[in-house]
Design a binder for this molecule. Structure first.
Ligand code: OXD
Ligand code: MN
Length: 593
């Protein structure tokens, strides 16, 4: 039984709103989270007693817990996610829109009485470190103890946020209830103009941990446009060269495309003296600093990563990170209460799968859900950069845009200039994965990996990216990367993972004016000799194929870009349409070969 605590604040705006929401949802009690360690232990014990969390083997995985979701609630549900701006045009063509009045009414009906018999947890939280000018304050009201325990890993919660809030009314108001977890009554609604999020019917991370996708991307991107900064779906990493020179790289990749692996990259042995450190794996807030450079900060306090495919080869850092004090969701369980997922060494005996059914190796269905997750605190990461907590963020040298593409996109392309870079980001596409519900393996355009997260019109978002150029004295260089190109037999041409370091080195050297590149009609591409392939044990011929700009593939690709830009409507900025024409006519000028 949860102990209802004294209200922890005298902030009238907050108290009044919590009362109003409690009257709507009628919980049995309201509990204010303080964020303490004692609270973590107590709520964890309660979650265990309620069967929400299952303790894992304390010798093998100390301080770690397992959770199984409702099988109908395993990923973000973009078709049920809405931007509720006053006009439909405000949300643009890439978002679902619902009129604010209608959304408050429809969701209000579902929230009415939804917390009866339950506790309403009040989670004051900060995205960003407390001293940071980047920090944003939110308060999430939820009836899910799983959400509380995950939010306390992913954000800084409790008194730290209340202190920063003081008596202000400037905080994001988030209301969440799992309600009856019925997909027919599931909605994730954003009201940017009210700084409000209402999410009902799902307990899945991306839908329910409101500080993450909802606040730090959808709502933040809306504010960022008005205030002249960028809220992006990007990993952040620090690269230190053997000479002690530091570079910071931001990279936007769609969900489940190896963003976490890249943020935790371990260079191959030939890269002696290089140190790579993580700053963030999912979200970057970027502002222009006084020196005219672009500074980025990770607003999160933990990692909510995709488990399958993670192993000691693909991401040894993440494997170490999840050795303790981690919550696992929808992975498989071993007989001795440890965790397992596809991509780990084959299990010895029978497992229990993510739905709680017996599972034997060789079974048709995977043991772990393809979008099963680990939630681990930032401090667990042995390769965490000290700058991860820097209140001012880090100056970015390069921005990468990427995605899974089996054809067409070379291993790496440097843009000719900022506008061309924005074009490459705006037209980037990826084969879909399991992090969202729907078909897997189809190409969808995912501009800056933000398709699901731009809180307003995509054309206006591109215009905002273009306008950022004018605010910077030393803008980062922009690159397109693709670790996933395949040969005709479906085999990857590039080994990826740690080997991506060779591409990162070329990118850093380009930023420093130390490496050469070949001009092609679509951008600047390294020649094979421009990459450092010392100690590389793959085939050089495959690397050449991975680097190739195939003119026929690009003709088709540019035709898809045209359709995509047309689909986005007339708010697409003219410089991007001109850029398209320039690329298409440069290719045409080459004539048939
Ligand atoms: C995530 C996602 O969870 O993008 O980061 O789906
Ligand atoms: Mn993500």
């Amino acid at each position: 039984m949860v102990i209802a605590k004294e209200r922890a604040t005298a902030n009238r705006h907050l108290l009044d709103w919590v009362d109003e929401m409690a009257r709507l949802c009628t919980p049995d009690q309201v509990y204010w989270c303080d964020g303490s360690e004692e609270e973590r232990r107590r709520l964890t014990d309660e979650a265990v007693a309620a069967g929400v969390l299952i303790p894992l083997n304390d010798e093998k995985r100390p301080g770690s817990y397992y959770s199984r979701s409702n099988p109908n609630d395993v990923a973000r549900t973009e078709e049920l996610t809405f931007i509720c701006t006053p006009t439909k045009e405000g949300a643009g063509r890439t978002n679902n829109w619902m009129a604010p009045d209608e959304a408050y009414r429809r969701l209000g009906e579902i929230f009415r009485g939804a917390m009866k018999g339950r506790t309403m947890y009040v989670i004051p939280y900060l995205m960003g470190v407390p001293e940071s000018p980047f920090a944003m304050i939110g308060v999430e009201l939820t009836d899910s103890v799983y959400v509380v325990l995950n939010m306390r890993i992913m954000a800084r919660i409790g008194n730290v946020a209340l202190e920063r809030l003081g008596s202000s009314d400037r905080f994001n108001r988030g209301l969440h209830s799992v309600a009856d977890c019925d997909p027919a009554r599931r909605f994730i609604c954003h009201f940017p103009q009210d700084d409000t999020i209402w999410s009902v019917g799902s307990g899945y991370g991306g839908n329910a941990l409101l500080g993450k996708k909802c606040l730090s991307l959808r709502i933040a991107s809306y504010h960022a446009r008005g205030q002249g900064w960028l809220a992006e779906h990007m990993m952040l990493l620090e690269a230190e060269t053997p000479q002690g020179e530091k570079h910071y790289i931001a990279g936007a990749f769609p969900s489940a495309s190896g963003k976490t692996n890249l943020a935790m990259i371990v260079p191959p042995p030939a890269f002696k003296g290089w140190t790579m450190r993580t700053i963030g794996d999912d979200i970057a807030w970027m502002r222009v600093g006084a020196d005219g450079r672009l500074y980025a900060a990770n607003p999160e306090a933990g990692f909510f990563g995709v488990a399958p495919g993670t192993n000691y080869h693909t991401n040894p850092t993440a494997m170490k990170m999840v050795e303790h004090d981690t919550i696992f969701t929808n992975v498989a369980l071993t007989p001795d209460m440890d965790i397992w997922w596809e991509g780990m060494d084959p299990p010895e005996g029978e497992l229990v799968d993510w739905r709680g059914r017996p599972w034997t190796p060789g079974a048709k269905e995977p043991a772990a859900h393809p979008n099963s997750r680990f939630t681990a605190p930032m401090e667990n990461n042995p390769a965490l950069s000290r700058e991860a907590q820097d209140p001012n963020g880090v100056p970015i040298s390069a921005i990468l845009f990427g995605g899974r593409r089996s054809t067409t996109i070379p291993l790496v392309v440097e843009s000719f200039n900022w506008t061309h870079g924005v074009y490459l980001g705006a037209t980037a596409g990826a084969e879909t994965t399991a992090a969202i519900t729907g078909a897997v393996g189809r190409i969808r355009r995912d501009p800056m990996a933000m398709l699901a997260f731009i809180g307003y019109d995509a054309g206006d978002y591109f215009a905002h990216w273009l306008a950022m150029f004018g605010r910077m004295k030393r803008p980062p260089k922009i690159f397109l990367v693709n670790w996933f190109r395949k040969d005709g037999d479906g085999r990857y041409l590039w080994p990826g993972y740690g080997e991506n370091m060779r591409v990162l080195q070329w990118i850093i050297d380009r930023c420093e004016g130390r490496a050469s590149a070949m001009e092609t009609p679509i951008g600047l591409v390294p020649r094979i000799g421009d990459l450092d392939l010392r100690g590389f044990d793959g085939k050089t011929a495959n690397v050449e194929r991975a680097l190739r700009v195939d003119e026929d593939e690009w003709r088709r690709e540019l035709e898809e870009h045209r359709k995509w830009l047309d689909q986005l409507g007339d708010r697409v900025p003219e410089p991007l349409r001109l850029q398209h024409r320039l690329l298409a006519s440069s290719l045409e000028a080459l004539g048939p070969r």
